[in-house]
Design a protein around this ligand. Sequence first.
Ligand code: SF4
Ligand code: SF4
Length: 304
Amino acid sequence: MAPNETAGLVRSKLEERGYRARAVPIEHIAQLKYEIEEWLRQRKIDAALFEKRLSRFKFDVGTTLPGACSIIIAAAPQPQRRTNFHFNGQTYSVIIPPTYYGDTDDRIMEVLQNILKSYGYRLYPTVLPEKLLAVRSGMAKYGKNNIAYIEGLGSFVSPRAFLSDMPVGSADWLEPQAMKECEKCRACLNECPTKAIVPDRFLIHAERCITFLNEDRGEFPEWVDPAWHNSLIGCMKCQLVCPVNKRFAKWVEEGEDFTESETRLILNGVPLERIPPETVHKLNRCYMLDYLGVLPRNLRALMK
Ligand code: SF4
Ligand code: SF4
């Protein structure tokens, strides 16, 4: 079977299941790296932000998967999750945005692995600028809020990247494009509490974005109004107001429920090794173990 035919079949098999995927030659990793570094050189992104966040990308994939020749970017529909914390006789229901849960990633990886295996190819998860890759490959378009939107799924997804030894031949590598819906819309710009989204440039001021601030440790800057906090981590304001997400904005599924004593442990910043296994499992199931260090501050902000 010709390389493009296999890649096309993989894509349509995923689409049959409601997922999306694109495959591009592995050489594009160098272009992703160049593009991100260009943003930094042209001071379009904050250097501190680059250090803290963007440096996690694995652009050097040399020995990760011998024979790797393609990158697959894939996404599955993902809801918001309502997570309950009980404290002092009250229940605080807070939202974890779609992008943090990894259960659909695990599912999509399993599905992809099975499909590729049937053609004799392998798959290995990796960390790349997923949004940029999704847009460049034609799987998504940018919103004014710099979030990647996928046709039919909106931004209720969390795109994940994989290396594969499946050859892809030629593939789209498009200039980053904004959605046509953004042309006459300013809803996210008006809604963003920190004014991170600005009319005079395409890249948002990520260093002002609540997501950047509340994923990071330390005190919130003084200019952050406590009323702006809206999610246990991240921020949903610009996504919920976006007309492209109209079908999904109310898609909230029940997540974990933390008892009074568990909530107290979290609020007190008790280290992982002293948290009972059952609570660790709950934190793991809501993909919050990596964020344990910021949860006390974020949860307190929402409880105020
Ligand atoms: S709210 Fe409007 S401008 Fe913002 S991303 Fe959505 S469609 Fe585009
Ligand atoms: S995630 Fe929140 S703070 Fe960041 S751009 Fe959107 S509305 Fe603004």
